[in-house]
Write a protein that binds this ligand. Structure first.
Ligand code: DER
Length: 242
């Protein structure tokens, strides 16, 4: 489909134009459906005699269970962030990107490990399809609210604070599928709350306000973190933002 091709184009270009095979060794691998093609591209290089040696030495750092599987399925070496706290380059998707490259992430409920990896990396590259580029503010295209990871016992308190102190318009504890009744439980054994603030004119301030609430582990607002964004367009081209 055009959408999958756009994701693949963004991911392949991001890998080809940013991986320095001599310099990079510790590689952060994000979560979601676009970063799948980042792992796929690295897997192709692994099979390329000219690149096999270097890629076989890469240590890939995951951002959750899905990410761990991506690394394994593409024959790449898995490492832990405890062993490799300094990452050379990281790739991940995003739910929305504004004109200052501020991000909403967390659509896949992996935002905590994603932010731990992206902020531990010297270089953080975002790969996204054309639906993710906001015309201006965060909250324009992405209508599901800011994902917030919270300690389960605090979800009522955080919900109240988001409504009364930060005036969120709608606050929802993210539910799982009928295959598993109850709220989504993250890879870190926490809940996700999605809080709708409408258009976000100052994402840095909002992140700080949310982060200061008791019970909040991390927010899906990634501020001053992305270094380059690759957008796959619906005409097969790629746009680069930096
Ligand atoms: O949860 C996240 O932030 C993921 O990166 C995800 O939302 C990216 O979405 P994608 O499946 O469209 O790549």
């Amino acid at each position: 489909s055009k959408l999958e091709e756009a994701k693949r184009t963004a991911a392949y270009n991001a890998v080809d134009q940013n991986i320095n095979f001599e310099e990079h060794r510790i590689i952060g691998i994000g979560s979601g459906s676009t970063v799948v093609y980042v792992a796929e591209r690295l897997g192709q290089y692994l099979k390329d005699p000219a690149r096999h040696e270097q890629v076989a030495n890469f240590i890939c750092i995951p951002t959750g269970f899905q990410s761990r599987m991506l690394i394994k399925e593409n024959g790449l070496q898995l490492g832990s962030i405890e062993m490799f706290p300094d990452i050379d380059i990281a790739f991940d998707g995003a739910d929305e990107v504004d004109e200052n490259m501020q991000l909403i992430k967390g659509g896949g409920a992996c935002l905590f490990q994603e932010k731990l990896v992206s902020t531990s990396s010297k270089k953080f590259i975002v790969v996204a399809d054309y639906r993710k580029k906001s015309p201006k503010y965060l909250g324009t295209n992405w209508k599901q609210g800011v994902p917030i990871e919270v300690v389960p016992s605090a979800y009522v308190r955080v919900t109240k604070d988001l409504e009364t102190k930060l005036h969120a318009k709608k606050v929802v504890v993210r539910e799982g599928t009928p295959a598993k009744a109850g709220p989504v439980v993250t890879d870190n054994n926490n809940f996700i709350i999605d809080a709708d603030f409408g258009e976000i004119h100052d994402p840095k301030l909002l992140h700080t306000q949310i982060k200061s609430l008791v019970g909040v582990v991390e927010t899906g607002l990634f501020i001053d973190n992305a270094e380059i964004v690759y957008f796959g367009n619906d005409d097969g081209t790629v746009s680069v933002m930096n």
